[in-house]
Design a protein around this ligand. Structure first.
Ligand SMILES: Nc1nc2c(ncn2[C@@H]2O[C@H](COP(=O)(O)OP(=O)(O)OP(=O)(O)O)[C@@H](O)[C@H]2O)c(=O)[nH]1
Ligand SMILES: [Mg+2]
Length: 198
């Protein structure tokens, strides 16, 4: 696939022109956002990944074909970041989510083994408020058995009841489980005729 890194941005002036639909990837630090982008695009080293939380610090824009931008966001809830940095991080991501008119959906990535945090729920509520479609993904599905995956999914769904309305996509960057499902959801949302942002 024709996919490339465009640029890193810290503020609006540095975003690429908003001339096509865009889908962003958000979630807690170290949950696997960058890995998921690599798996989705079939490009192993496109987005930088790391076992140390806080790898992605800027807003990273990728071009996917000629019709879509994918955006890797820095993770939230990284305890070791000083308060001042935390605040500017929040503002940076919030500015992005609020101002980007072509942003169609945000893939909200959760670890299938963990219950959603207050930060996760805040993010989804916030997206709902701004009419940006949240697509919930439960990643690292390879870390649990199939039976456990079913149980965990039910539990997470329950805890997000009233916050998220569509079924979560089970995903693994190791086995590529969920790649097709997730593309389907992304395409449906990014290229849908009814634009929630207008
Ligand atoms: N088993 C397993 N490990 C994964 C999966 N996805 C990511 N990881 C691992 O989780 C760690 C974090 O992955 P990243 O993709 O860098 O996570 P991130 O959310 O982009 O992290 P930050 O940019 O630091 O917020 C790495 O060690 C990955 O190898 C998955 O589906 N299964
Ligand atoms: Mg990352």
């Amino acid at each position: 696939m024709d996919v490339e890194f465009i640029k890193s941005a810290f503020k609006e002036e540095h975003y690429p022109p908003s001339d096509r639909p865009e889908v962003a990837f958000a979630g807690k630090s170290n949950v696997g956002k960058s890995s998921l982008i690599n798996t989705l695009t079939g490009r192993r080293k496109l987005a930088r990944t790391s076992s140390t939380p806080g790898r992605t610090q800027a807003i990273n824009f990728f071009r996917f074909g000629k019709t879509l931008y994918l955006v890797d966001l820095p993770g939230y809830g990284f305890a070791r970041v000083p308060m001042k940095v935390k605040k500017s991080w929040g503002l940076m991501v919030e500015d992005y989510l609020r101002s980007r008119q072509t942003l169609k959906a945000v893939v909200v990535i959760l670890d299938i083994r963990r219950d959603p945090s207050a930060g996760d729920a805040d993010l989804i509520n916030w997206l709902n408020y701004y009419h940006i479609v949240p697509i919930v993904v439960l990643t690292k599905a390879d870390k649990v058995s199939r039976q456990q995956a079913g149980k965990r999914t039910a539990r997470i769904k329950k805890s997000l009841k009233g916050v998220s309305f569509s079924a979560p996509v089970l995903f693994s960057s190791h086995t590529r489980q969920g790649v097709e499902d997730l593309w389907k959801r992304i395409n449906e949302t990014a290229f849908s005729e009814t634009d929630l942002n207008t």
